[in-house]
Design a protein around this ligand. Structure first.
Ligand SMILES: Cc1cc2nc3c(=O)[nH]c(=O)nc-3n(C[C@H](O)[C@H](O)[C@H](O)COP(=O)(O)O)c2cc1C
Length: 270
């Protein structure tokens, strides 16, 4: 194997360290990275705030769908799952979109968490280290029955969609293709899921130990999307090849306190 330049070897080492647990021998003294929770600083909100007069669309509540609506078995969803890049032009129904959102970030329960001394811990349909759930879900909607094309954000507590901004219908497929380095199937999706992270939600408890945790959690979210898609005759494909700055600007997040971590186009199977 060809010997690499020393500074590149250092970058490999530094980046591989993210995949490992902490090396307690070389960690800085704990008092220097004590978490904000340990310092008694108030917990950040579990969902990003929004203007109370913002346009809102109601989703179908979890209470109004059951396994009769989605009869595919877990065994079939797991066995059929694959990355799907060919979407039909059929729209998703609002109920189907509601199900996908519930499957990926829906709220199961809000209640006490004795292990972490919290009165109101949020439990969702996916696991999260310490139940911190650092993600927000944005959608680029092109084909959902009864929903105008545009960018929206999932309000999991309210079971609603927050309208973020409209998109120029004519150029959206091209824009999404450009933002994913010419992966044109992304622009042909009925809905594009864009997950952002607000790292402070996890850092508040885990401080400098947060990052491996966050990346693993993003995988849990997307896997639920894959499986839920199989249950509605739709498909998705995890996408990591995307333009970071371009997506952050596209959905109006600041790229520091909140930024895109993962995206996944969804459409009905052909
Ligand atoms: C983290 C991650 C990133 C990926 N990024 C892309 C991508 O940018 N473009 C793409 O077409 N597929 C992407 N994929 C999908 C993989 O190519 C796919 O999972 C792999 O080929 C195996 O196929 P399967 O999912 O059908 O089993 C990604 C998958 C993962 C888990």
């Amino acid at each position: 194997m060809e010997k690499r330049k020393d500074y590149i070897i250092e970058i490999f080492k530094k980046n591989r360290a993210l995949l490992k647990g902490p090396d307690w021998e070389t960690m800085p003294p704990h008092e220097d990275w004590e978490s904000d929770q340990q310092k008694g600083i108030e917990e950040p909100p579990p969902q990003k705030a929004y203007p109370k007069d913002a346009p809102i669309i109601d989703l179908i509540s979890r209470n109004h769908f059951s396994s009769r609506d989605f009869p595919t078995t877990v065994l079939d969803a797991i066995s059929n799952r694959r990355s799907r890049r060919n979407f039909s032009e059929s729209p998703l129904t609002r109920k189907e979109l509601s199900f996908l959102l519930y499957a990926t970030q829906g709220i199961r329960k809000v209640g006490p968490d004795e292990r972490h001394g919290q009165k109101r811990a949020v439990r969702r349909t996916v696991p999260s280290g310490g139940s911190r759930h650092p993600f927000e879900t944005y959608l680029v909607i092109q084909q959902v029955e009864g929903v105008s094309p545009g960018i929206y954000r999932y309000l999991a507590f309210e079971e609603q969609l927050l309208f973020v901004k409209s998109i120029e219908d004519a150029s959206i497929a091209e824009t999404l293709s450009k933002l994913t380095f010419s992966q044109s199937f992304v622009g042909k999706s009925a809905v594009l899921f864009i997950w952002t992270v607000i790292p402070y939600r996890t850092e508040w408890r885990y401080s400098i130990l947060s990052y491996k945790d966050i990346l693993i959690e993003a995988g849990h979210v997307c896997q639920n999307l894959y499986l839920a898609c199989e249950a509605i005759n739709a498909g998705t494909c995890a996408i990591l090849a995307y333009d970071q700055k371009g997506f952050d600007e596209f959905i109006d997040v600041n790229g520091e306190e909140e930024f895109t971590v993962y995206i996944a186009p969804v459409g009905k199977q052909k």
